[in-house]
Design a protein around this ligand. Structure first.
Ligand code: 5RP
Length: 220
């Protein structure tokens, strides 16, 4: 029986197949993305560099001698590889467990292909069991929280955490997200919300799912 880490490693290896020669790669954040960074290090002479979705990923990339470029300098990217906290068969995701959702959404939006790498535990029928992360401007913390309660959620401040952008995270419990595209837009329209962790309007293009029977490739 493979461990969860072995499943993550297997999908990270599989994602390397999606990295074109001589490209700048968009790189996500989290434990699965870390495995991907370690795999990327093995082919670092075949890529021009990477754009990171967090300070943590940038540090790990640099520790392997991979050049980290700003998105402004890199322009649009061919591929973005990242994990997720939950994903459906429609390839809609909840992300932001590591608090990097804003930069993740920006780099994903600038990328032609989003390859999501997950172990099998992340595949769900309905999003929302994993509390939905929302990055908020600090002065709007309470007013955003009240709006979230009106939408049926129970927001909890992520204690002692500040994002790379200097903001706060509210983790919203108790949502059963039947229409992720609509909810993503609704949440984005609350004043003070920087980004919400629903990645439904720009969903993944390919899911590499690590299962005990091997890596499954899913598209929608
Ligand atoms: C970070 C994220 C991650 O992709 C998500 O939390 C999954 O992380 P892991 O690969 O460690 O399970 O969105 O903000």
């Amino acid at each position: 029986m493979l461990s969860q880490d072995e499943l993550k490693q297997a999908v990270a290896k599989a994602a390397i197949e999606y990295v074109p020669f001589d490209c700048i790669v968009g790189v996500g954040t989290g434990s699965t993305a870390n495995f991907f960074i370690d795999e990327l290090a093995k082919i670092k002479n075949k890529i021009r560099g990477a754009v990171a979705s967090s300070e943590a990923s940038a540090k790990r990339l640099q520790s392997h001698g991979i050049e980290v470029l700003s998105l402004n300098d890199a322009g649009d990217l061919q591929v973005y590889v990242d994990g997720a906290d939950e994903i459906t068969r429609h390839l809609h995701m909840v992300k932001g467990g590591g608090g990097a959702l804003t930069r993740e959404k920006i780099v994903a939006a600038a990328s032609k292909k989003f390859i999501c790498v997950c172990d099998a535990s992340k595949l769900v029928d309905v999003l929302g069991k994993f509390p939905l992360p929302i990055e908020v401007i600090p002065m709007a913390r309470s007013s955003v929280a009240r709006q979230l309660v009106k939408l049926g959620g129970q927001p909890a401040l992520r204690e002692g955490f500040t994002t790379d952008n200097g903001n706060l995270i509210l983790d919203v419990h108790g949502l059963q997200i039947m229409n992720p595209v609509e909810l993503e837009s609704t949440l984005d329209h609350i004043a003070g919300v920087v980004t919400n962790g629903l990645f439904a309007r720009r969903s993944a293009d390919v899911l590499l799912l690590g299962t005990p029977d091997g890596v499954k490739t899913m598209t929608f």
